[in-house]
Design a protein around this ligand. Structure first.
Ligand code: NDP
Length: 237
């Protein structure tokens, strides 16, 4: 139904949280999932590798290995990400660089070795996992918001550049989602966030995963590119 059966999808940070839900959903849809992780592997998949997304050489190796060991990649989910929250004046330079390096430069490291192959083959679908914070900003998350907004600009540009080669690029912008990342937020802050979400709850990782599968799908989203799909319970429209 999704047209993802047998298609090779490469996911960064597929071992836990939203990434793990994406891997499980794509497994369910018959895709051949290859994913990277930093610390420890997660759900079963066709192919996995430990790879720090901030290392361009390792990511080029990961892409080359998937192509050699599994086959031609069709879809990519740019999911790996971190937070290092603080009010802007208090963000130490190393935390600024760490967040930009993981959340934005990591996307470059993943896609740069792969795009020529997708263009040559004339098909592909990229889904960037950005954030509602990249759309609206958030107090205490200047580094994260900058990186996540950067992902949107990159996705829109690759949507334009990739169109003539049959490569689509779209964004899922999740609202607050029940994973380790949100568990780390103090309870008081969580209550304040919940009060601003019309659906009055955080997203489940599977809800982000299905939106991702939709955009990856050549059947359902074959005419959608450069788009941002906000999955945020009505928090920001
Ligand atoms: P988690 O903290 O649960 O998982 C983060 C994932 O990113 C893990 O798989 C982690 O690997 C991986 N990762 C982090 N740094 C690196 C690195 N240097 N190299 C390789 N992998 C790395 O986060 P979520 O599942 O919540 O978030 C997934 C994505 O969704 C992120 O991009 C996040 O910004 C975004 N998002 C999350 C929201 C939320 O509320 N949870 C809301 C909006 C967007 P490892 O486990 O090995 O450390």
């Amino acid at each position: 139904m999704f047209g993802l059966d047998g298609k090779i999808i490469f996911v960064t940070g597929g071992n836990r949280g939203i990434g793990a839900a994406i891997v499980e959903t794509l497994n369910q849809l018959g895709a051949l999932v290859a994913y990277t992780y930093r610390s420890a592997p997660g759900p079963a998949a066709r192919w996995t590798m430990q790879a720090d997304i901030t290392d361009p050489l390792i990511m080029a190796q990961a892409v080359a290995r998937v192509e050699a060991e599994v086959g031609p990649i069709y879809g990519v989910v740019l999911n790996a990400g971190i937070t290092k929250d603080n009010l802007f004046p208090n963000i130490p330079v190393e935390d600024w660089y760490a967040v930009i390096d993981t959340n934005l430069n990591g996307v470059y490291n993943t896609l740069h070795p792969l795009m020529p192959k997708l263009y040559e083959r004339g098909s592909g679908s990229l889904v960037f996992i950005s954030s509602v914070v990249g759309e609206q900003g958030n107090i205490g998350q200047a580094n994260y918001a900058a990186a996540k907004a950067g992902m949107i600009g990159l996705a829109k540009t690759l949507g334009l550049e990739g169109a003539r080669y049959g490569v689509r690029a779209n964004v899922v912008a999740p609202g607050f989602t029940s994973t380790d990342m949100v568990k780390a937020i103090p309870d008081k802050v969580k209550e304040r966030i919940l009060a601003k979400i019309p659906l009055r709850r955080f997203a489940e990782p599977a809800e982000i995963a299905w939106a991702t599968a939709f955009l990856l799908s050549p059947v359902m989203a074959g005419y959608i590119t450069g788009e941002v799909l906000s999955v945020n319970g009505g928090q920001y429209t």
